[in-house]
Design a protein around this ligand. Sequence first.
Ligand SMILES: [Zn+2]
Length: 495
Amino acid sequence: MPIKSLNLTLIDFVINMSSMNIQQYLTDLVLPSEVEWIALREIHETVRSLTARNGRSESIATQMNHGVMVEVLVNGQFAYAATNTLTFSAIQAAAEKAVLLARQASVYKIHPFTKSVRPKAVGRYQSSFHQAMGSVSLKDLIDTLIAGTNALKISDKIVNAVANALIFERNSRMTSRDGSEIEQATLAIAVGLSATAQDGLETQTRTNGLPCLQAGLEFLDRDKMCQEAQRISEQVLELLQAEECPSGLMDLVLAPDQVLMQVHESIGHPLELDRILGDEKNYAGWSFVQPADFGKLVYGPSILNVTFDPSVPSEFASYAFDDIGHKARREYLIQEGVLVRGLGSLESQERLKVPGVANMRSTSWNRPPIDRMANINIEPGSTSFKEMIGQVENGIYMETNRSWSIDDYRRKFQFGCEYARRIQNGQLTTVLKNPNYRGLTIPFWNQLRAVGDSSSLKILGSPYCGKGEPNQAIHVGHAVPACLFEKIDVFGGGA
Ligand SMILES: [Zn+2]
């Protein structure tokens, strides 16, 4: 649709959570005496997606959804039923359905739960931002993206230039009959840049890796976008002329925007307790980690410290409580190289008898909460990026993930990156195209030789962590520094 046909006044959709008093509805629900615990969770989300391509606006879309999930505990069994009809009678009907489901499922329950896994909690969370949605016109937002695509177009060889923004507003309220009352509101944004260059049969694409934060519209800054566009477009032209990445065992330095993917796939997902329990087998699927590994497994050297930390300001998956009202706090998952804690909710912790975190999260009002990553971070080490490169005699430096593959138990992986440089005698030298590497999860992390200090740490994340059936694509954050690994199987080619 051409932009001229759109009304360019930004629709400042005010989330009117107060229009429905779910506390009163919860009080008024007529329930059988067998209900041991009940809560309502109201979620209201608006997602705006804006894209510009090659100097023009391409698409502007807004999705809004709003509904209520009823969660009950009956005969030691939890069950859920949701509605987006926001009336008392619809919520009463959903509650009756949830009770029926719980009653029927309780005959086959895998574990007799009590309301101890739904601790009473009261509190609020509001992400911080400087420019609220509505403070910048839609025309100005799309003009910034168009400027980004124009800044990418520094050569006729750049055949496709794209800039996009995803803006997420989410409000949730959870109230239970035993006194929990939680409200959480986030404004989050992801900003993407991508340039594809072609010369004869050679085609290369370079992106900014889609940085994302809990922030306001200030994150879509025109000057910063144009500076990033300059770097990306120069690098994609370098890749057209670059040598193929060599093959062999060599030292590997990963930039934070590839450490992100490494942590996500080979630490985050394997530590999810529902995978270890066997509940969750989709999307590469189980885990090599065993319950007895907690407290013992040497995941990496003592310089490897990995935390679950929902308290980092502006990180993409920060929150005060998970979706069952468990208060979230920073915890070590891997401490001085040893696996100490899993990514599992109070339910999974009770079933598996291992320590976990507050991570039972749902993507929307019509999905039950499950064990999810949130912010999974590598704590910074003591090595500056310059010192890290200086330690390498013969190696490769790689930036920005472009492909990934991992087996069903997350033991083996292979990743491809967009951009690489050779490291020779402690210096970054030639640009290399089509860099890849592969490894086995535990040996790979044990080949970690240096962790970047706080000057190389970047707060990154993704809106697209997929899990569950039906699918739940959720926000995750990864604050990670550059890392050096020794004797890694590197190879070139492919995509
Ligand atoms: Zn994921």
